[in-house]
Design a protein around this ligand. Structure first.
Ligand SMILES: Nc1nc2c(ncn2[C@@H]2O[C@H](COP(=O)(O)OP(=O)(O)OP(=O)(O)O)[C@@H](O)[C@H]2O)c(=O)[nH]1
Length: 353
């Protein structure tokens, strides 16, 4: 039987290939932009027919759901990526074979399956996809099963030696590393509770927008009114839910090119790429929407209002002023406007040129 197994190319090529391919995962926009090159390098060096990755998008004790996210195939006929069956595919773990497979994946164990040995769920997949041998390496992130890096041999059976598995396990760790970096970058730029950008990220985004268009844009600082009362009356958890619902409501109404952020506490900021009456109309629409739609929390309706301070990017005739100072000035004016809105009774918009 073993003599009809596909020969493995010399493993001396594999470690240098993984090392070279690692660089593509360091793509400045994130690993997802370099993964196609990475999988191609693994595919061509191992001489396999298909290298694929799926991501686990939901899981429970007796099921898991996967999305087929990336693939390299040696020829068009080997490709599966456009098969909708693998998008949001749910696997019900309803027999001992499948339970063993699932448990091994949860534990991060590498598995090599041969068509002659598999049963049930895998047998069906092997037949549908024309697979002889499949090597699967779980991608683990922070101790959790994230997905699979898989290798399918369709033209002949294959047995992967230990040195191959070791190199490909390193490849999976490199993907883990990319995912962790992506998570970290998300955390640096976002507010945890609401998923909105945080203050720092908003400033970066505005700086970029100003580089493209220095004299344009409106900054709106938004502060929920009497928010302390929400916490005092309904509890902190309700307060959190209100902040999330409020953020979602706002996010749905931000026009194209607008950037919404949570500055902290019950304070938010919105950058609009427009100036003048158009921007002010958008803000009026936001104020009305907040007023018209109380947040429902555990069947209780929590009415909200917010105060708004608005200012525009303008040099007020001083053309020598640099972008940084322009930007600081617009923040200061919007903040002063918000303060005035609060002082004058809240639930209002104050505009300061
Ligand atoms: N639940 C919850 N509360 C928060 C969070 N961040 C800040 N707060 C609360 O927000 C409240 C803000 O209170 P204040 O600054 O007095 O403002 P306010 O009650 O909204 O009154 P005005 O702004 O003057 O209209 C405080 O009770 C904070 O504890 C958060 O992430 N979750």
């Amino acid at each position: 039987m073993t003599d009809c197994y596909k020969p493995n190319p010399p493993d001396t090529e594999l470690f240098p290939a993984v090392s070279r391919a690692a660089k593509s995962l360091m793509h400045h926009r994130g690993w997802r932009y370099g993964i196609a090159d990475f999988l191609e390098a693994l595919g061509t060096t191992t001489g396999t027919n298909r290298v694929w990755m799926f991501e686990v998008i939901d899981q429970g004790p007796d099921y898991y759901v996967t999305n087929f996210v990336f693939e390299w195939a040696d020829r068009p006929e080997s490709s599966n990526i456009n098969d909708n069956r693998y998008i949001g595919k749910r696997v019900d773990v309803d027999n001992p074979d499948l339970r063993a497979l699932y448990q091994a994946r949860l534990n991060g164990q590498v598995q090599i399956h041969q068509r002659t040995e598999v049963g049930g769920f895998l047998k069906h997949e092997f037949e549908v996809q024309g697979i002889h041998s499949m090597l699967t390496i779980p991608i683990m992130v922070e101790g959790q099963w994230w997905g699979i890096l898989g290798f399918d041999d369709c033209d002949a059976p294959r047995d992967y030696p230990g040195s191959y598995v070791a190199a490909l396990e390193i490849a999976a760790v490199l993907i883990t590393n990319g995912i962790l970096r992506e998570r970290l970058e998300w955390e640096v730029r976002h507010d945890h509770l609401t998923g909105l950008l945080n203050r720092r990220a908003l400033i970066w985004e505005i700086e970029e927008a100003l580089e493209r268009n220095p004299q344009s844009g409106t900054l709106v600082i938004i502060d929920l009114d009497w928010f302390k009362n929400v916490n005092d009356r309904y509890g902190h958890q309700a307060g959190d839910e209100v902040l999330k619902a409020f953020s979602n409501r706002m996010r749905d109404r931000v026009p194209d090119g607008g950037i919404l952020a949570r500055f902290g506490g019950e304070e938010f900021a919105l950058w609009l790429p427009t100036n003048g009456p158009k921007a002010r109309l958008i803000v009026e629409d936001l104020r009305n929407a907040i007023l018209a739609h109380p947040v429902v929390w555990r069947e209780q309706s929590i009415a909200l209002t917010a105060s708004f301070g608005i200012s525009e990017m303008r040099d007020h005739g001083n053309e020598s002023i640099d972008t940084q100072t322009l930007f600081e000035n617009v923040f200061k004016r919007a903040d002063d406007a918000l303060f005035q809105a609060k002082r004058e009774g809240r639930n209002r918009i104050i505009y300061k040129e």
